[in-house]
Design a protein around this ligand. Structure first.
Ligand code: HPA
Ligand code: ZN
Length: 340
C-alpha cells in the first residue's frame, strides 16, 4: 500500500450520497432470495456481477430495481443497512446520510413502515455500536407521478423523527425538477431538508431548476453544471455543495476516462465538491475506492483530499456541534501527517 492510499483509508470521512438499495451485494442478494424463497434470474454471484455492465443510467436502474425484489421483511432492510454500516466502519466513515426509495418497495406491496423501521433500527445500532452518526433521506422516484410522490410524503409524516430530508432520484432525462415543485414545497413546509439529483445526465437547466423551483439545500451529482459558466458562478457564490460520485460517473459512462473526471476542476473553480459512492455494490466500490480512483487518475495531493473530506463534513446535515467534532477529528488526523 502506498503512503497516499494509507492516508485515504485512515482518514475520517462523511458520505452524503448513497442509495441503501444500491449497497445490496450479490452475496446478500442470494441469502435474502433463499430466505424469502424468491427465484433469481441469475445462477451465481459471478453471474450477477457479470451483468453489471452499464452504458447509461437507465441500464443500471433496470437491474437495481430488479435487485431490490429480494427485500421483503423488516429484518431484510436491517441486514442490508447493517452490512453497509460495517463495511464503511472499516473504511473510517464516521457519518453517513443515506437515501432510500420507498416507492421501489411500496409499489411491490411492502409497507412503508417495514422499510423505514428496518433501516432506522440498523442506523441506531450503527451509532450505538460503531459510533457512526447518520441521517435518512427519502427519495421520490422521478419516473413516477407527482401524485405518487405526494402520497409517499404523506406516509412519511408518521415517521418524521426517522427522516431528515427528501430527495429526487431515478431516470433523469425527460423527468425535470419542475414536475416535483409541489411535493418539494410541501416537504419543506413539513420541515424536511431538500436535495435532488440533477446534472448527472440532465442538462444545466435541470440544475438551475433544482435550485430555483425545488429550493434544494444540496445538489446530488451536478456534473453537467460545468457546461454553464454562470451556473458555476452561482453554485460557488451560494456555496452549494455537490455530492459527486466518481465511480458511478465512470460506470454509467458520464465520464469515459477517469483521468478526465471533473472533480479536480470543480475544486479549482471553488465548488464545494464531496466524494460519495452512490451505489457501491453496483459501481465497484465504497468510499475509499472512490477516493483512491480519483487520487490515482487525477494525481490529487493530500491537501486536495483533505479539502474533499472537509467539504463532506461541512455539507452534512448534522448539528453544528457534531460537524465541529468531525472537523476536529480530521484536523488531528491531518496533523499526524503534517498536512492541512
Ligand atoms: N441516479 C439516479 N437514481 C438513482 C441512482 C443514480 O445514480 N442510484 C439509485 N437511484
Ligand atoms: Zn444517486
Amino acid at each position: 500500500m502506498t503512503e497516499l492510499s494509507a492516508f485515504i483509508e485512515g482518514m475520517p470521512k462523511a458520505e452524503l450520497h448513497m442509495h441503501i438499495e444500491g449497497s445490496l451485494e450479490p452475496e446478500l442478494m442470494f441469502d435474502l432470495a433463499a430466505r424469502n424463497e424468491i427465484e433469481l434470474p441469475f445462477k451465481s454471484v459471478e453471474e450477477v456481477r457479470a451483468a453489471y455492465q452499464f452504458t447509461e443510467l437507465q441500464d443500471f436502474l433496470d437491474i437495481y430495481y430488479q435487485g431490490m425484489n429480494v427485500l421483503i421483511t423488516e429484518q431484510d432492510f436491517y441486514d442490508l443497512t447493517w452490512a453497509y454500516l460495517t463495511k464503511i466502519h472499516a473504511q473510517n466513515v464516521i457519518h453517513t446520510e443515506i437515501f432510500f426509495d420507498p416507492q421501489g418497495h411500496t409499489d411491490r406491496g411492502i409497507a412503508f413502515k417495514t422499510v423505514i423501521d428496518g433501516i432506522s433500527r440498523a442506523l441506531k445500532d450503527g451509532e450505538e455500536k460503531l459510533g457512526i452518526t447518520s441521517g435518512l433521506i427519502m427519495c421520490f422516484l422521478r419516473h413516477l407521478s407527482e401524485e405518487s410522490a405526494l402520497e409517499t410524503l404523506e406516509s412519511a409524516l408518521d415517521h418524521k423523527d426517522q427522516i431528515i430530508g427528501v430527495g429526487l432520484d431515478s431516470s433523469e432525462l425527460g423527468f425535470p425538477p419542475a414536475g416535483f415543485q409541489r411535493a418539494f414545497e410541501k416537504a419543506k413546509s413539513e420541515g424536511f431538508l431538500l436535495v435532488a439529483h440533477a446534472g448527472e445526465e440532465g442538462p444545466p437547466d435541470y440544475v438551475r431548476d433544482a435550485l430555483d423551483l425545488l429550493k434544494i439545500d444540496r445538489l446530488d451529482h451536478g456534473n453537467r453544471a460545468l457546461e454553464d459558466d454562470s451556473l458555476v458562478d452561482r453554485l460557488v457564490s451560494e456555496q452549494m455543495a455537490l455530492t459527486v460520485c466518481p465511480l458511478s460517473n465512470y460506470k454509467l459512462a458520464g465520464v469515459t476516462d477517469m483521468r478526465q473526471h471533473p472533480i479536480a476542476k470543480m475544486l479549482d473553480l471553488g465548488l464545494k465538491a464531496t466524494v460519495n459512492s452512490d451505489d457501491p455494490a453496483y459501481f465497484g466500490g465504497y468510499m475509499n475506492e472512490n477516493y483512491l480512483a480519483i487520487t490515482d487518475s487525477l494525481g490529487l495531493s493530500k491537501d486536495q483530499i483533505l479539502t474533499l473530506a472537509r467539504n463532506g463534513f461541512d455539507a452534512s446535515f448534522c448539528i453544528q456541534e457534531r460537524k465541529q467534532a468531525m472537523q476536529d477529528q480530521l484536523d488531528k488526523y491531518a496533523a499526524e501527517y503534517n498536512v492541512g
